[in-house]
Design a protein around this ligand. Structure first.
Ligand code: HAM
Length: 418
């Protein structure tokens, strides 16, 4: 029976008292992205499994361990999206959005699904707000995306979050770096976990983001990608930093960031909040991806973007004491005594709502006292009591719940609420 009254592990209900915070956060992020020219795109919750194994990478934790994959009734393998980049890239290709009017700038606000161990801000169903920019290979595009990430955080009151940036280089840099990694990790073969040993053969970069503490300790001493960048990649990274400095966007170069998804090339970054007890919370991350569109069958097209985890962002905002707009309470509660008064209250409520004023009336057949108690609970700004007398006079008293003051109010089309 517990299955009927408790949500699946790693999922979370967002209750009515929490939704205003979510709506505020989502609206702020969408509007900030719009300032930069990003328009919202909506993509399916599930895609063909191959889309993710090809783009996110079949040696990543996400694909190997965390995907919600199932065979549908038509015998196709489909997967609940673990992230948004692959779906957005697929949609951009499918609808021919990469042909003209580049750069293409899109944003998305989606739920994602990863079979992870729930805890410390990690869920199995979570929300991501993200953006993707296609068609621009220049460092200017990297700086624009980083500036947008910073702007989003600042707009929601998290100006203290730091952008940690790194470069993963191009295919050529990666080839040389991979060799160096193999040489380094070879010495620790006896100590690495089974998954890392397998990854050392197939995709050595992935050994760097193993979550096993012993492997992490070994990975901490691995060579840095920054020492293996070719001249072009170095110049690109230098230019990105110069632009960030020029624009006053706080960042820190962090050579250990490799990101957990395979499609990245050159600039990668994470938005990091350090809590008072020193815990490092990654509110979001992203980077450039050079080969993804080609991998999906399109013409070579550069992409760059980021996604933020909204659960972590909200938790960080709450911990940091960021302000949220106050909830809009019920503007007026129409209390009534008797059936005819109840019908009038209903009519007046409809009238007020048509004018955009939130109004509620009794639906429970409650006593006047109980209705007043309920109006208090709703934090209604005003209450009008409608009884036999008021009905006959066509006028009642509008009571301010703040000050207790009362003013006469008409109980027909002429009703006015301040
Ligand atoms: P990601 O780093 O895998 O990147 O996820 C982005 C953010 O989603 C994380 O920084 C974190 O805040 C949040 N997140 C990830 N997994 C969970 C989870 N299990 N529970 C709660 N929050 C989570 C991507 O997904 C890339 N698609 C980002 C990107 C866009 N790169 C380029 N464009």
């Amino acid at each position: 029976m517990a299955y009927l009254t408790s949500a699946p592990r790693g999922t979370k209900d967002i209750l009515p008292e929490e939704t205003p915070k979510w709506q505020y956060l989502e609206k702020t992020l969408l509007e900030t992205a719009e300032l930069f020219g990003f328009r919202e795109m909506r993509i399916p919750t599930f895609e063909h499994t191959e889309l993710f194994s090809r783009s996110v990478g079949d040696t990543t934790d996400v694909v190997q361990k965390e995907m919600y994959t199932f065979t549908d009734k038509g015998d196709r393998s489909v997967t609940l999206r673990p992230e948004g980049t692959a779906g957005v890239a697929r949609a951009a290709l499918e609808h021919g959005l990469l042909g003209d009017a580049l750069p293409l700038k899109v944003s998305y606000n989606i739920t994602c699904f990863r079979y992870e161990k729930p805890g410390s801000g990690r869920y199995r169903e979570f929300h991501q707000f993200g953006v993707e920019l296609y068609g621009a290979a220049s460092p200017a595009a990297d700086s624009e995306i980083l500036a947008l990430a910073y702007h989003c955080l600042k707009e929601v009151g998290l100006g203290s979050v730091v952008l940690e940036i790194n470069s993963l280089g191009c295919r050529e840099c990666r080839k040389r770096y991979t060799q160096a990694l193999i040489q380094y990790f070879d010495r620790y073969r006896g100590q690495l976990c089974g998954t890392c040993l397998e990854r050392l053969e197939k995709n050595p970069l992935r050994v760097l983001d193993c979550k096993n503490p012993e492997d992490q300790r070994i990975a901490a001493g691995a060579p840095s990608i920054l020492d293996y960048l070719c001249d072009d990649c170095q110049e690109h990274f230098r230019e990105v930093q110069a632009r960030l400095t020029e624009a006053g966007i706080p960042y820190r170069v962090e050579p250990t960031i490799v990101r957990g998804l395979d499609y990245y090339t050159r600039t990668v970054f994470e938005m990091v909040h350090t809590s008072p007890n020193g815990e490092r919370v990654v509110c979001g991350g992203g980077g450039r991806y050079g080969g993804l569109i080609e991998e999906l069958g399109g013409n070579p097209t550069e992409g760059i973007g980021f996604a933020m985890g909204l659960e972590r962002l909200l938790a960080t905002m709450t911990a940091e004491g960021c302000g949220f707009p106050p909830e809009e309470p019920c503007q007026v509660y129409l209390a009534s005594m008797g059936e005819s008064a109840g019908v009038r209250a209903f009519r007046l409520a409809s009238l007020l709502r048509e004018r955009g004023i939130s109004a509620q009336c009794d639906l429970m057949g409650r006593s006047l006292k109980a209705q007043m108690k309920y109006a208090n609970k709703l934090k209604a700004r005003y209450v009008v009591v409608i009884g036999e007398d008021e009905l006959q006079r066509g006028e009642g008293l509008l009571k301010s719940m703040d000050t207790g003051e009362t003013t006469p109010v008409r109980l027909d089309e002429g009703i006015q609420i301040p």
